[in-house]
Design a protein around this ligand. Sequence first.
Ligand code: SF4
Length: 58
Amino acid sequence: MDKNQNPSIGCVVTECKYHAQNADYCTLDKIMVGKNESFSSKSEDTDCESFIVRDSYK
Ligand code: SF4
C-alpha cells in the first residue's frame, strides 16, 4: 500500500485535501471524529473534524 495512504482510515470524501485521491483512504496518521448533535444515535450525527476542502474547490 502507498505510504501516503493510511490503511486504518478508509474515506470516500474526495473533496478533502487529505484524501488519497487514487484510493479510498485518508493520508493523515490520525483524524478527529466529532458529533454534530448533542446526542449521536446514528452515523449521520458524526463528522470528520479533520476535513479541509481541497484548494481547487475553494
Ligand atoms: S481528514 Fe477526514 S474527511 Fe479528510 S480524507 Fe481524512 S478521514 Fe476523510
